[in-house]
Design a protein around this ligand. Structure first.
Ligand SMILES: Cc1cc2nc3c(=O)[nH]c(=O)nc-3n(C[C@H](O)[C@H](O)[C@H](O)COP(=O)(O)O)c2cc1C
Length: 369
């Protein structure tokens, strides 16, 4: 069911779709089911709606509900480099684990791991339980920025049953001695290390704060990223005026935040070879899902909307996507994907600086009228 009668009106893309390479369906598909499947990280997903990493996906009951509601895949919450560094050193001391680990070996090492940090042990068990309980790919998540022994957890995650690993390179580059190039190079080395040992595809979750993302993106893919997740949302600190303390301030997103991943999916579509694109930040409604797919994403990831409305909201997104496709005559998500990307639209500059100029001019003329 469509929860919001206005979202379809808002999604008027026909004009933009008239560019090169566009296939505009002629009308509703007569019969036959709409094919909602998509390819992400080389995996076939039954729908392009993916539950991104959050505490919700750390709970087996919620994971089952998310899968039952029609998600194409789930991304578990992250294990963090800081959390794993000491454990990795401990793992070095354990015979027979490392790169050759398997689920049995992992369970055998539960006790020693518990001595250091039971977070990782429980996490690997969650992967195993989730992979056994739900019929969609389980993507594990690692969060870190520097190379080190902790990266072997990608392999342990794969051995525990993860179909892929998402590597979140969340970083605030606040060291004045470290250049942008160094940050990029360090990230590339990290991806190489994780991708070469994981044994499953690696997605890299990025922040939007890179000086030349169009240049960096193919290098990330060359380093081993099978997909890019655009974008991680930074949780900015705030100042409490009563206590003058600085603290974290987590606010769930709204659909307004969709524009940033939308733009970059549109720009990077067809520029990263066979690598996949996932949009995250601001996916709340079926219209949001459609927009990022049209722009060039292979999947639409959502967290805030699921935290706000519960796992069943996945069904709202999937049903709305299917309804719109049927109304417009799209037979498959593959047909839809990227059809309003920068390379497909008549006015590619709409995704770049020219759009900024026209936006402020439009606003000024309304304001001054
Ligand atoms: C409470 C909370 C916890 C999150 N934890 C993680 C995490 O462990 N790892 C990660 O990569 N992203 C994490 N995220 C980010 C989400 O996966 C997602 O990328 C972000 O919230 C933007 O999507 P949204 O607009 O749909 O919320 C978290 C988000 C929230 C709100």
């Amino acid at each position: 069911m469509n929860p919001d009668p206005t979202w379809q009106d808002e999604l008027d893309v026909e004009e933009a779709m008239a560019g090169p390479g566009r296939v505009i369906p002629s009308g509703p598909v007569p019969d036959g089911p709409t094919d909602l499947s998509t390819t992400y990280l080389g995996l076939t997903l039954r729908t392009p709606v993916v539950a991104s990493s959050s505490p919700l996906t750390g709970d087996l009951g919620s994971l089952k509900a998310i899968a039952a509601a029609g998600a194409g895949a789930v991304v578990l919450p992250s294990l963090f480099e800081e959390q794993l560094r000491d454990e990795a050193a401990a793992l070095d001391a354990l015979d027979g684990l490392g790169g050759e680990a398997n689920p049995e070996a992992i369970s055998g090492y539960t006790a020693p791991l518990d001595d250091y940090n039971d977070g990782a042990t429980r996490y690997l068990a969650l992967i195993r339980d989730a992979a056994a309980a739900i019929d969609v790919p389980v993507i594990a998540s690692l969060n870190g920025v520097t190379e080190g022994g902790w990266t072997r957890y990608a392999r342990l995650m794969a051995d525990a049953g993860a179909s892929a690993v998402e590597l979140n390179v969340y970083r605030v580059a606040a060291d004045a001695q470290v250049s942008g190039r160094s940050v990029e190079d360090e990230t590339l080395r990290l991806i190489e290390a994780v991708a070469s040992s994981a044994g499953v595809p690696i997605a890299v979750k990025l922040s939007p704060y890179w000086s030349s993302l169009a240049h960096l993106a193919p290098r990330l893919v060359d380093a081993g990223a099978a997909g890019l997740v655009l974008f991680n949302r930074f949780y900015q600190p705030d100042i409490d005026l009563e206590t003058l303390r600085v603290g974290p301030h987590l606010v769930l997103s709204s659909s307004d935040e969709l524009r940033l991943p939308l733009r970059w999916c549109a720009i990077l579509h067809d520029r990263v070879g066979a690598a996949s694109l996932a949009a995250t930040s601001g996916v709340h409604t079926p219209a949001d899902v459609l927009k990022v797919l049209l722009a060039g994403a292979d999947v639409a990831m959502t967290t805030s909307a699921l935290l706000r409305h519960g796992p069943d909201h996945v069904e709202v997104l999937v049903d709305g996507l299917r309804d719109w496709m049927q109304d417009r005559g799209y037979a498959s998500v593959h047909e839809l994907s990227g059809s309003v990307s920068q390379r497909s639209v008549q006015d590619p500059a709409a995704f770049e600086r020219a759009n900024y100029l026209s936006t402020i001019t439009t606003y000024a003329s309304t304001f001054l009228r």
